[in-house]
Design a protein around this ligand. Sequence first.
Ligand SMILES: [Zn+2]
Length: 383
Amino acid sequence: MDFQLERLLNLPNITVFTCQEQEGFIVLKLELLNEGITCPHCQSYTDHIHQTRSMLIRDLSICGQGVYLHLPRRQFYCAGCKKYPTEPLEFVEKRRNYTIRYEEYIYERVKELTVEQVSQNEQLSPHQVGSIFQRIALQKKKSWGEPEKLSLDEFSRQKGKRNFVTVVSDLSNSSLLEVIDSHKSSEIIEVLKQQPESMRANVKEVSVDMWGGFKKVIREVFPNALIVIDRFHVIKLVNSSLNQLRLKLELKGLKNRCLLLKNYVDLTPEERSDLKLLLKTSPCLSIAYELKEELRDIYESSTTVLMGMRRLKKWLNSALILFGKTAQTLKHHLPDICHYFINRTTSGVMEGLNNRIKLILCQSYGFKNFEMMREKLLACLYL
Ligand SMILES: [Zn+2]
C-alpha cells in the first residue's frame, strides 16, 4: 500500500495492506510477499495453502501510539511428506503475541524502570510485562565463566528489615553472578552446587564478611578456595566500636563522628587541630583512635602474611582491652583476615556494584516475586 510505511515498519517479506486506528491503537493489516515455503520437515518447496488464520501481534509503537500487526498465519500442505507445516515467520516466534523486537524492547525497558511503570506506558498488564521479561532473561542466561576470585555478601531486601538475600559476584570485573533468596548456609549451598563442579574447583579465593555461615558455604562449594575476610568489613567493625565509645563519652555530633572515622591522612590541617582537641577530652578515646589508625597502617604496609599476622596479634593485645567484643571477633577470624596479605584481595572494588544492587532492591520493593527481582538484578548487573 505505502512504501514509506513499509520502510518504517522494516520487517522482511511483508506489504502493508491497510492501516486503521482502533481503540487508540494503530492496526496494520499485513500481507506476506512469498507464495510458498520450504517444508521444515522434508525441505521440499510447497505453495499449497491448506488454511489461513489471522492473528494480532503487538509490535513497537509508532510515534507513541501502540501498534498491532494483523498477520495471516498460513498453514501449508506438503506433498513431499504429507504434513501440514505452519509458515515460520522471522519476526515473531511460534505461539507468541508479540514481535521478537517488541519483547526485546520490553526487556530493556524493565531494566530501566519498574514493571508497573512499563505496564502503564505500554498498556500491558504487569503480568504480561513480567512474563515477557522473564522469558527474554531466560534466553539471555549466561554461564559464570571461569571466575577465580569471588565475593559473597548479603543485602537486606528492605531497608532496616532482616530479610536478606545472598549475592555472589566475580571480583575480577565486578559482575553479579547469582542472587539467592536466603541467608541460610544450607540453602545457599544447595543453589551454588548447581554450578558445574569443575568450575567451582577452579575458584581460588572468596572474599566474605565474618558471618560464620559463609565459611561453611565456601568449604562445601568451593573446596580449593582460600577464605579471605574482607578488609573493609574489618575496618567497618572497628570504626563502629570507636563510634560507640564516642557516644558513651557523650561526644555527640556529626562533626565529631567524621573527625574520628575519617582517615587521618585525609583530614585538613584545621580538622587535625580539632581532632587533637577532641582526643584530649579522653585518654581512652585517644588510644582507641590510635588503634584505628594503626589497623589501617597494618593493612597498608604489611607485605607478607607473616608480617601482617605478627602486627595484628600485637594490635589485638591492646584492642582486646578497649574494643572488647569486636577484638574477640577479629581474634577468632585472624587466620582468614591475614589471607588478605597474600594477594590483597578485597571486595572494596565492589562498592559501585553494591550501590546499584541496593538501588534496584529498593526500587523493586513491593515485588512479591523474588525470581523477577533476581532476573532484574542479573539482567542489569551481569557483565
Ligand atoms: Zn515436507
